[in-house]
Write a protein that binds this ligand. Structure first.
Ligand code: SF4
Length: 278
């Protein structure tokens, strides 16, 4: 039987326990649960998912644990609706773990069923592949169960992307403004999306904070997003191999971040105190 917890998904087959973990900071909980208190139900453990790719040696002291596994299976286990049409990303942003976890950028020929499209960079796809990806989302979306797309890189978006997205059966479209260095392209992408008739209420914009700028810059960027009528979703930077989710790194401390500042920005924008007027 497959078991879901907040931190991992696990199941036993042929006396082997399989565990899939998404985030590196959940690895200590998996270790406590399965390695430090071993069950008689299984002899071996196979641990997979993005977390183990980020910290491949985490379990090396346990001879009964093997690290590895299929990433696509991991995504499916954590979100049954998840699907993707490409792996990796054409960009190599310094804050991102995709290169390390997924390897070089490549297109897939066959796509798993699902309407939550988790390609890392949807608008970097060749245009015919992009259309196939959107058709795939539509195939699995209904009025009651609309699709969700992420990876819309504002630096690549054009009118054809926007027109196709407008026709898609989706209710959420996720873009990002991770740095002010491309704010003009972000603004221009919004104009393209609005001109195609995509309403503001369907658009969310991530904003990476605490990577290489101070709290003031993070707030300014989130407020810029809000002023354009888009819901900002700040994402607090965590190194891909971090084992304690709430740890503020030395570099973040130097930039003026601490636990109070982290909570302040996350709570303000996620608890809807910053209302978006549509
Ligand atoms: S565009 Fe997104 S997925 Fe690609 S490297 Fe940058 S942050 Fe990662």
């Amino acid at each position: 039987m497959v078991q879901w917890s907040k931190t991992f998904v696990s199941w036993v087959k042929d006396r082997t326990l399989f565990v899939s973990v998404v985030f590196s900071w959940d690895l200590p909980a998996v270790e406590r649960r399965f390695c430090l208190q071993r069950s008689m139900e299984f002899d071996r453990i196979v641990i997979g998912g993005p977390a183990i790719r980020a910290v491949p040696n985490y379990f090396s002291q346990y001879e009964f644990v093997t690290a590895g596994g299929d990433l696509d299976l991991a995504f499916k286990l954590h979100n049954k609706q998840a699907t993707r049409t490409s792996i990796g990303c054409v960009r190599h942003c310094p804050h991102c773990g995709v290169d390390h976890i997924e390897g070089r950028f490549r297109l897939l020929k066959r796509f798993a069923p699902g309407n939550v499209l988790i390609d890392n960079n949807l608008t970097a796809l060749p245009m015919n592949h992009f259309h196939r990806a959107m058709d795939h989302v539509d195939k699995y979306s209904t009025r009651d169960n609309p699709g969700d797309i992420q990876g819309v890189d504002v630096r690549f978006i054009n009118e054809e992307h926007a027109r196709r997205i407008k026709c898609a059966r989706i209710n959420v479209l996720r873009i990002a403004l991770d740095s002010f260095s491309y704010v003009d392209q972000w603004d221009r992408a919004l104009e393209i999306l609005f001109a195609a008739g995509i309403p503001k209420r369907k658009i969310r914009s991530y904003a990476l904070v605490a990577f290489d700028t101070d709290p003031g810059e993070g707030w300014k960027r989130c407020e810029h997003i809000l002023k354009r009528g888009i819901k900002p979703l700040p994402m607090f930077y965590r190194p891909p191999d971090i084992l304690d989710k709430n740890r503020i790194t030395d570099n973040q401390e130097k930039m003026g971040w601490n636990d109070f500042e982290r909570r302040r920005i996350m709570q303000w924008f996620y608890q809807h105190k910053a209302a978006v007027k549509y």
